[in-house]
Design a protein around this ligand. Structure first.
Ligand code: NAD
Length: 253
């Protein structure tokens, strides 16, 4: 795969899969706009990619919940690289975990303060929606582009506590992805959702069962993203692809 003269924006690029995607895209010759809220770590990771001397990386501090910051990230990408070929929405996570909610104090869904769930819905769903709205202007102009949303097996399964997460991910997997594809087709723009089962960006994910008896290595998820972005993946569009070791097909007994 060769992404020379291609530009990607990745959200959540300071850690986990957003970072790995950025590293891979640049190592294959592409330029990458890495955005995250964690400025210190982001700057360090951007410098490490540039030190390798393949594709170029720039860092843009951007909270995906803030539309003006999202537009600024898009504008920076266009100013630096002239185009946006891939928009990859990795920023996300379950609010009760990310906001460190005390399960003893807040045992069930209705007990958790609503602002915790606001965070989850805003980051996981509104963020990709905002980025779609912002980058589609540029992609329409250039008459090409790919938006990759990151769903989750939890979007298909539901969750009785992390309800923001299951709700948001389902919105990406089945509503937003198809809708963007419907809008984008006449402009040569594609949209695909990739929905992992457990991924070892955290050791705890090894506890989640799959049919194959293991969690995914992060690289397995990124390889699929890169394939879809590459010349070989151009016919994949408007679809949610589960990459979950068969968890979605397991017997519910
Ligand atoms: N790890 C898994 O098992 C798994 C499974 C299914 C889906 N996913 C999804 O994959 C994506 C990446 O997961 P990961 O485990 O690599 O994540 P991670 O926790 O390692 O990284 C998430 C990044 O998002 C950033 N972030 C948080 N809030 C933000 C905001 N408001 N604006 C911008 N950036 C923000 C964080 O600083 C962090 O760098 C997420 O959307 C997650 O829901 C993960």
């Amino acid at each position: 795969m060769d992404f020379t003269n291609k530009t990607a924006i990745s959200t959540g690029a300071a850690s986990g899969m957003g970072l790995l995607f950025s590293e891979n895209f640049a190592s294959l010759g592409g330029d990458v706009v890495m955005s995250d809220v964690n400025e210190a770590v982001l700057n360090e990771k951007v410098a490490a990619i540039n030190a390798k001397g393949c594709g170029r990386a720039i860092g843009v501090v951007c909270d995906v919940r803030d539309y003006s910051q999202v537009c600024a990230a898009r504008d920076r990408a266009v100013a630096e690289f002239g185009r946006i070929d891939v928009m990859a929405n990795f920023a996300g996570g379950t609010a009760v975990r990310m906001c460190k909610v005390d399960r003893v104090k807040y045992p069930e869904f209705p007990d958790v303060p609503i602002d915790v769930y606001d965070w989850g819905i805003d980051v996981n769903l509104k963020g990709p929606f905002y980025f779609a709205h912002a980058v589609l202007k540029q992609m329409r102009e250039q008459e090409s582009g790919l938006i990759i949303n990151i769903g989750s097996i939890t979007g298909a399964e539901g969750a009785d506590y992390g309800m923001d997460y299951s709700t948001s991910k389902a919105g990406l997997m089945f509503g937003l992805t198809k809708s963007i594809a419907q809008f984008g087709a006449k402009y040569g723009i594609r949209c695909v959702c990739i929905s992992p089962g457990p991924v070892l960006t955290r050791p705890a994910m090894a506890n989640m069962k799959t049919m194959l008896g293991r969690a995914a290595e992060p690289q397995e998820i990124i390889d699929l993203c890169l394939f879809i972005a590459s010349e070989k993946g151009q016919f994949i569009n408007g679809e949610n692809i589960m990459i979950d070791g068969g968890r979605n097909a397991m017997k519910r007994s």
